[in-house]
Write a protein that binds this ligand. Structure first.
Ligand code: GLY
Length: 322
């Protein structure tokens, strides 16, 4: 981190998933407190002249460490009872994407994605990701929480009736048999004082998925950035991939749309296609945006003077913070 006064006012937006309600996460106040604590810590780094890349890595690490969110600690279990996590980082200035797919037994998948930025092979999965973790000497870490284990055990008792835990924010108690009970993803997009944009996304996946299923979170469909804009998505990975949501929004901005218009159009298309997703984005002019087709997206932003969030926004809407 370079300690210098930012030339521009940095902008920051973070998310902790999307879904049908916040009830299972302790309600609006609990989620807001968790998000704002992370927002404040990461914005302080940007305000001191820190880079967008450092801010995104820090933000993703903090979100991964909070068991409230489905990434890192507190990741959901797959159909075979294992946790496999995926994360990616995109440096908008270099227009360089890197990602780790279905990596196991590490604490911060975003850290691996960040290390891959300077590698020749920038997206690694499964065995390759495991080998790379050893090469980096990342400590072995078990991200399993009792809550996630109990959910999986409960579902096993029900003969795995629930084919996936989803990727949405609503969390049901372990005893719930609600087939829509689901989880989330985390993401951070930052514009730093030098005008550089970076996006990062990390997830434990859908939960109960087939072994080998690949999440959007380590694809440009779910996490994308260029010099003009950056975006991180959350929701059902397959829906995000089918819309190619993140790349689509950024390309629309590159072709002349405002970020607000690009988000609005892309959300409208996703709504028409009955997709379940949410997204956060920032562009080079400093516009901050979020959008959702789901009932709620767990986003919070800082524009340099004002903080805000999307937690109580109307269903199926989008908003421009700046
Ligand atoms: N959006 C996260 C996932 O589907 O894995």
């Amino acid at each position: 981190m370079t300690a210098q006064t930012p030339k521009l006012t940095p902008k920051l937006i973070i998310h902790g998933g999307a879904g049908s309600s916040l009830q299972g996460k302790g309600g609006v106040a609990t989620v807001r407190t968790a998000l704002y604590a992370i927002l404040d810590e990461v914005y302080a780094l940007l305000a001191e002249g820190g880079s967008a890349k450092d801010a995104v890595i820090l933000g993703c690490r903090l979100l991964e460490s909070n068991p409230l969110f489905n990434a890192g600690v507190g990741s959901v279990l797959q159909s075979d009872g294992q946790i496999r996590m995926s994360a990616s980082l995109m440096d908008g200035t270099a227009q360089r994407f890197s990602g780790a797919i279905n990596v196991m037994r590490i604490e911060h998948p975003i850290e691996m994605a960040a290390k891959l930025q300077s590698e020749r092979d920038r997206v690694l999965s499964d065995e390759g990701a495991a080998n790379f973790a050893r090469e980096l000497a990342l400590p072995v870490f078990n991200p399993l929480t009792d809550k996630r284990l109990n959910e999986w055990l409960q579902d096993r008792q029900n003969d795995f009736e629930r084919t996936m835990a989803n990727v949405v924010a609503e969390e049901q108690p372990a005893s719930s048999d609600d087939p829509e009970a689901g989880r989330g993803t985390i993401g951070v997009v930052a514009l730093d004082g030098n005008g550089e944009i970076v996006a990062g996304t990390s997830t434990g996946g859908k939960g109960f998925e087939r072994i080998g299923r690949v999440s959007d979170s380590a694809m440009p469909a779910g996490n994308y950035a260029t010099k003009v804009a950056g975006i991180s998505c959350t929701g059902i990975g397959e829906d995000i991939i089918d819309e190619c949501f993140a790349a689509k929004v950024v390309i629309r901005v590159t072709d002349g749309m405002t970020l607000a218009a690009a988000m609005e159009k892309s959300i409208a298309e996703s709504t028409a296609n009955k997709r379940d997703l949410g997204a956060i984005a920032i562009d080079a002019t400093g516009s901050i945006c979020w959008g959702k087709t789901s009932e709620v997206v767990l986003a919070a932003y800082h524009d340099g003077t004002t903080k805000g969030d999307s937690l109580e926004a109307e269903p199926v809407s989008m908003s421009v913070a700046v």
